[in-house]
Ligand binder design. Structure first.
Ligand code: F6R
Length: 257
């Protein structure tokens, strides 16, 4: 796992966007795994600027999102489909038919999740997966206790995640208690992973992910076994890392390579 520690969120977002832009240039038909939440928004803005400046095009890119609240329609303003349209897809030249988000209204969630996995496989797998991290160390909605081998399925949100996500809803009781989510095993199959983490609220999670043991109680720690995982964070999110100077030095060398 490479840890790129930047002075600001702005700098980290730009660097992560550059990694994605490079892939899109090299492979215009690449398959992206995408995340929602407040963390990647600035990075999506950087990519939208690149599209506007005609540096890159998403015309032939396909995407699959990590998760969706179970019970929310795609038109609900807190659904992840709505979020992606507003914060990214409507700002770039991607074909909407090439973008995929789990259907939060699927009656048969098993069928929905199995079909989602099959679609990803048929597309040749995910070339690059974008991730945020929850304050409890979750990736996608793989809460503490999720198997590190888990696949796309229904999951239940912890009180901590409901509390964290309540800021987007009128009240905490409006936050759905379940979601459909890619599994940790699904995520780890991506060829490359780019995880973003900002602010001191993420410092414990980043510490657990990078320097804790690999455990289902911090599902992001599964990335320790991935051979091309990149963490782009600001100094606050990196503040609890024991070896932060070493990681910063090493990632500079790796970034050049
Ligand atoms: C979003 C997702 C979540 C978020 C995480 C952090 O698709 O899968 O794991 O990445 O909860 O959320 P923010 O970025 O809002 O702090």
């Amino acid at each position: 796992m490479e840890i790129v520690i930047c002075k600001t969120k702005k700098e980290a977002s730009r660097k992560a966007a550059d990694m994605i832009a490079k892939l899109v240039k090299e492979n215009p038909k690449c398959v992206l795994g995408l995340a929602t939440g407040s963390t990647p928004v600035e990075m999506y803005d950087c990519l939208a600027k690149d599209v506007k400046a005609k540096k890159i095009s998403f015309k032939n890119v396909k995407s699959w999102n990590l998760d969706e609240y179970y019970g929310l329609a795609p038109t609900h303003d807190q659904s992840y489909r709505y979020f992606m349209n507003e914060n990214f897809f409507d700002k770039i030249d991607i074909k909407k038919s090439n973008t995929h988000v789990l259907n939060g209204l699927a009656k048969d969630w098993r069928k929905e999740c199995a079909a989602y996995e099959a679609q990803i496989k048929k597309a040749g797998g995910i070339d690059l997966q974008v991730l945020g991290i929850g304050s409890d160390g979750h990736i996608a909605f793989n809460e503490p206790g999720s198997s590190l081998a888990s696949r796309t399925r229904i999951v239940y949100l912890t009180p901590q995640t409901i509390k964290d996500n309540a800021r987007f809803f009128k009240k905490a009781s409006d936050v759905p208690v379940s979601a459909l989510s890619m599994g940790v095993g699904t995520i780890c199959e991506a060829k490359k992973v780019v995880l973003l983490a900002f602010g001191k609220n993420k410092a414990d999670a980043v510490k657990g992910m990078v320097e804790g043991g690999m455990s289902q109680f911090c599902t992001a720690s599964a990335l320790q076994a991935h051979n091309d995982a990149w963490v782009f964070c600001d100094e606050e999110a990196a503040s609890k890392l024991k070896l932060k100077k070493f990681y910063a030095w090493r990632s500079e060398i790796e970034m050049k390579g």
